[in-house]
Design a protein around this ligand. Sequence first.
Ligand SMILES: [Fe+2]
Length: 519
Amino acid sequence: MNNVCYSELEHQFSLDALDDWETTSGLVESAIRMMRDRLPEAEARIFSHASEAREYREIDREGLSSIPEDSLFIACLSMCGSGVPLSSFFNDFVPDDSLLRYLLEDSYGGFYIVPVVHRFSLLAFILLCAPEGAEKPDTILPAEASFVAELVGRLRINLYAASIADSRQRELLKLAEFPQVLRSRQSVAELTSRILDDLQKEVAFDAGVYYEFEEYLDRLLPVVWQGIPEAPPVLAPGDGISGHTMVNRKAISVPDRARHPSFSRIEGEAFLQGSFLSVPIYTDKRLIGVVSLCRYSDNPHPLGVEHRYTLEIAASFLATEINNRQLYDELEQSYFSTVSSLSRALEAKDHYTRGHSERVMTLAVGIAHELGLSAESTRRIRYAAILHDIGKIGISDSIITKPSSLTAVEYAEIKRHTDIGYDIVNDSRFFEDIRDLIKYHHEKMDGTGYYAKHKGDYPWEAMIISIADIYDALTSDRPYREAFSESRALKSLEELIGIHFDRRIFDAFKSCLSRSRSD
Ligand SMILES: [Fe+2]
């Protein structure tokens, strides 16, 4: 009796090792090892569920043989309570699947099959196979069957836990790509307007809203929403659900709003029905916004704590990205203001050029809009236009303000302003992408410009600065001539098509002018 107890205890201890898994494959390997010890005449194989591939396969033999999760074989096996001889399983349930039968019985030498079922779903199945060359038994001994049944009992719980851990890991892995998605958004405005599209991939929801926190007015302003027919109202601190999140700066996760003792009584944000999550987006210093999502009560998968964790991680990525970008934009803006005020100070010395850069900027941005350029390209053109002549800071005043025509030496000197301008902005990483537009604003597409480049050798957007620059020069008074009328200037510009700029730029410029006239 003592011996029996001892061996039983030893057996229990050995099964305890199954609770000690770190990975699914480690768990499956230990189970196989245990079966090898107890059933030396059989070779055990475990086919486990690979949910992402929707099939059952051996972990260490990926792709060798796989059984689709929606096959009749799997459906019947899920309903089997315990292990059965493989041949009787095929005969009784799936007699038509000769291909699978050949694979499992002949290729693998399988003779006994044991399902591992948890909550009506088949997590895995064990196939006992005869080693190569050995005779295949019909079934297994009762003692062996009871050992396998016991092992399956332990394996079931652990495989289930491992599958949850695996799916969490996959979710985390997916979330790891989120910062990359955020970085691909070009501006804070684009990032904000796409916030819900991006979050939908992380936590699918039926309705959702993103509020921006307006610090000065201390309120939440709805910026984007989905699945909500009308614009959500602006929220004061404590209003609705999101207003609570705003005040407490803590995530709220409620599985059923209608049954919740407090949230069922709150009237605001009625569109947040069923299960909902509300998460603040904030850095350690300030609140940026609040995002609130819900799944309606008829959604079979309500939002729960695990979604809250996912959303909180996503929100912290969002907060970092928005904060960094806002800081960067503020820095860029302050650098831009400094440099453009230098440019204005320079123009102020000469009343003939006063306001020139500002006007060139307005025209160039108008052309960019006319051409339908992206917000990012338009930004570059705006900055390059206001700063295009910044290099004149380095040219002597006597040359810049000289009322009569320039000598060859003076002309050579003034031509240096494009190089000087390039060097000035080259020192700032904010303007790396506009330095070439400044350098080449006196370039001509036929190769007769400052650097003798042809169209295609320099950024084409420089032609936008160039046409706006020439037009403003023509329509401004000069010491040696009066300002051209608009129609005369346009006629002169038309003659420059194919020399300074191409027809597309000219046409866009012309429509931009007539548009500004009609506005
Ligand atoms: Fe210039």
